[in-house]
Design a protein around this ligand. Structure first.
Ligand code: FES
Ligand SMILES: [Fe+2]
Length: 351
């Protein structure tokens, strides 16, 4: 039986919206001549960096017998399957079949390829949708482009649907409760109200009575084609120069039950302050941040996938409600666009 419209919308929401840019790896994970297997939006992908230094991305699937290309090796600009040696190019076209002269497979596009760009140490991939098959403009966070910030990129796999992970960011009131025993997030009051303000491509959610004492503010951008979030983490005076730490987060759905989170931890520092911050971060603050993140990871992993079907939201959850409304609207629009394309009348050859 065909899935209903509602079921397809739910499936799209669970697996991740298309027509968007997602971060899928750190640039340094793929050295020249190297390859890297990654799963994103329920697709098995392989990234490789040709000997020319250019990064390429296709399905992790050899069109001959279906072996994973990630078991193979890089040859010039191509990736070569380990099983019988077929070479694929970065467009998903069979470049060479070494085992059979004049094989008709040569020159045929057989697998999907993905446009990738590298920025701020991250690999961004575009996942096409029916109505946006070509990449939309990649909108980078201003922290990457305005030169004021120094940043570190780290990543972690969370055993949770990506929507719970974004909702966790859109929920500033969990800071003083879940993280109340930590170095950076123990301050401020545990009670407040929350307000929401619309901004370009998303919204800001913040505490009404308190700013700057805990995780009191978050910006969630989901409608600009490059979804990401930003939060501020207060640092005590012993935290060195640069004021609050800004964390820019990108969340990539791996599959229905897992997501990968990429954090850019940023501070406004220059010159010698930059060196002090890098040193303090590596020696002192990074382990403290991982402690906080482990609290988030454990909480989300322990929640049942269908927890949202039996919850009682209250005033603090306005960010979560707005996020769900926005993502649902986008998913419905995508599935409707796919239906409209299927129903488009075929142009007659004789017309
Ligand atoms: S399965 Fe890849 S070359 Fe045969
Ligand atoms: Fe948290």
């Amino acid at each position: 039986m065909d899935a209903t419209f509602k079921e397809r919308v739910e499936e799209r929401l669970n697996q991740g919206l298309l027509g968007q840019w997602y971060v899928i790896a750190k640039s340094k994970q793929i050295q020249p001549g190297g390859l890297f297997r990654v799963k994103a939006l329920s697709r098995d992908l392989v990234l490789w960096r040709g000997e020319d230094g250019v990064l390429r991305c296709t399905e992790d699937y050899c069109p001959h017998r279906g072996a994973p290309l990630s078991e193979g090796s890089v040859k010039g600009k191509h990736i070569a399957c380990a099983y019988h040696g077929i070479e694929m190019d970065g467009e998903g076209v069979v470049a060479k079949v070494p085992a059979l002269r004049n094989c008709p497979l040569e020159g045929r596009k057989e697998i999907d390829s993905f446009v990738v760009e590298e920025h701020a140490g991250g690999v961004f991939a575009y996942f096409p949708s029916a109505d946006q098959p070509d990449p939309t403009p990649l909108v980078l966070p201003y922290e990457f482009t305005n030169g004021a910030y120094e940043f570190f990129l780290t990543t972690s796999l969370w055993e949770s649907n990506y929507r719970y992970a974004i909702e966790n960011i859109a929920d500033p009131m969990h800071g003083p409760h879940l993280h109340g025993d930590t170095f950076t997030l123990s301050g401020g009051s545990r009670e407040d109200k929350v307000k929401l303000t619309a901004v370009d491509g998303g919204f800001v959610v913040e505490r009404v009575a308190q700013q700057g004492a805990n995780f009191d503010w978050a910006e969630v951008i989901v409608e600009n084609g490059t979804p990401h979030c930003r939060v501020n983490i207060p640092y005590p005076p012993a935290g060195g120069p640069g004021g609050m730490m800004r964390v820019v987060n990108f969340l990539t759905p791996v599959d229905e039950f897992n997501c990968r989170i990429f954090f850019w931890r940023c501070r406004k520092v220059k010159g010698i302050e930059r060196e002090v911050w890098r040193f303090l971060f590596r020696t002192t603050f990074e382990p403290l941040h991982w402690y906080v993140l482990e609290q988030d990871r454990r909480m989300l992993a322990a929640m049942k996938p269908d927890a949202r079907n039996r919850e009682r939201l209250y005033q603090h959850d306005i960010g979560i409600t707005r996020l769900r409304q926005t993502l649902s609207k986008m998913a419905r629009a995508q599935v409707s666009a796919e239906d409209a394309l299927k129903e488009e009348p075929q142009v007659s050859q004789n017309a």
